[in-house]
Design a protein around this ligand. Structure first.
Ligand SMILES: O=P(O)(O)OC[C@H]1O[C@H](O[C@H]2O[C@H](CO)[C@@H](O)[C@H](O)[C@H]2O)[C@H](O)[C@@H](O)[C@@H]1O
Length: 374
């Protein structure tokens, strides 16, 4: 991103090497004793491919920010961890405290909103079926969508995330972007090109994903607390409620399943192992696809804003970071983590505050632009 329209915090974020997935949910401290912890997590993350089960379990531990923070505190002390957080906040300042900077960058541009669901619009809870969004958050999203084209981009299957959000005027990209649909309800943003879009780049994997889902349901029955979720073009195996002693057994089951399906790969989210097709499609590609469908491909007068909390959202942040015409990536996290986002918000409550401020700012800008009749 080189254009002057680029939105960046005052301090440039440390970039990760190209093609490197974010390594930990929480970055262990850089102080001497923490380095060992950091390396351990890095190794664990690399091992998750076809590697050892121990590597898988380490990586599963690292997917818990609180777990990783506790490990870092043990290794380096609370002071070092606080210092790490302060340094991270300088690199990824709060989108609320930098609100004026963000909206200034949208001058002369149309904002397009992209919102992740779990951990962004709804708080993380133990039961994935109970991850409800509050009515106040729904009202905030509805108001945003009145002013800006708005898409929900989720790892969940599209129908499920729609059941939670219940707003027919939005675009939805489910299954980590592999199931994209334009709004069911007309609004002033979707009269044009994106109307009637349905894009499913992984449709040929549907029977395979079904098989894997059914097989994993059967094989994980012996593991109390585990939950296998059918996300249509991917399968999520949750371990949030599984006793840590059983994590290696669960990892072994998923690993064994993957070995039978070389056309599927493993990714990780917050206390969840996700199996998905090896196709080169992710939330970043979905963001590009939606911008194109809306008629904004290569447009200099559009500013995409993406808010998300998980590893899969990093694919979208990377796209925004590379985009020549600007884009705002906002990561939702209380803890420092490797991210390609420029800004941060701590939790869904702050996301709601940001959305409401955006709506208010847009209303005021419009009112000021209107000719006055005395
Ligand atoms: O892309 P997202 O909308 O963030 O979806 C990612 C995954 O979110 C859900 O799991 C996560 O949230 C659950 C409810 O709070 C929580 O119990 C779980 O531990 C988290 O990983 C969803 O259930 C998954 O299918 C999504 O892939």
């Amino acid at each position: 991103m080189t254009g002057q329209s680029m939105v960046m915090p005052e301090v440039v974020a440390v970039l990760m090497p190209p093609n490197t997935a974010p390594l930990f949910a929480c970055t262990p401290p850089r102080a001497a004793p923490g380095v060992a912890v950091r390396k351990k997590y890095m190794q664990a993350q690399m091992d998750i491919g076809p590697g050892r089960i121990n590597g898988w379990v380490e990586s599963m531990r690292a997917s818990s920010p609180t777990h990783a923070k506790a490990a870092a505190v043990l290794a380096a002390g609370a002071g070092a961890v606080d210092g790490e957080r302060a340094a991270w906040m300088v690199r990824h300042p709060s989108a609320l405290s930098k609100f004026d900077q963000i909206v200034a960058a949208s001058k002369g541009k149309k904002i397009v909103m992209f919102l992740d669901y779990d951990g962004t619009l709804s708080p993380i809870v133990d039961d994935p079926d109970a991850a409800f969004m509050s009515d106040t958050m729904r009202r905030a999203v509805r108001s945003v969508a009145k002013h800006f084209p708005t898409a929900i981009v989720s790892g969940r299957c599209r129908d499920k995330v729609f059941e939670f959000v219940k707003l027919a005027e939005l675009y939805y990209a489910g299954s980590h972007g592999m199931d994209i649909k334009s709004p069911a309800k007309a609004s002033r943003h979707n009269e044009a090109k994106a109307k009637g879009v349905l894009f499913q780049p992984a449709s040929k994997f549907l029977p395979m994903i079904e098989q894997v889902h059914d097989s994993l349901i059967e094989k994980t029955k012996c593991i109390p607390g585990s939950k296998v979720e059918n996300n249509k073009f991917c399968v999520s195996v949750h371990f949030r409620c599984v006793d840590e002693k059983s994590w290696s057994t669960l990892a072994g089951i998923v690993k064994g399943e993957l070995e039978e399906y070389p056309k599927l790969k493993l990714t990780q989210g917050r206390k969840v192992l996700e199996i998905r097709p090896t196709i080169k499609w992710d939330k970043g590609k979905a963001l590009e696809f939606l911008l194109e469908s809306l008629g904004f491909a290569d447009c200099t007068d559009v500013l995409p804003v993406y808010i998300g909390d998980d590893r899969s959202d990093e694919d979208a942040f990377k796209v925004l970071q590379k985009r020549g015409h600007g884009g705002v990536g906002i990561v939702v996290s209380k803890y420092p983590k490797d991210t390609h986002a420029s800004y941060s918000l701590q939790e869904p409550a702050e996301v709601m505050e940001f959305l409401l401020r955006l709506v208010e700012w847009e209303r005021l800008s419009r009112a000021q632009a209107r000719p006055k009749c005395w």
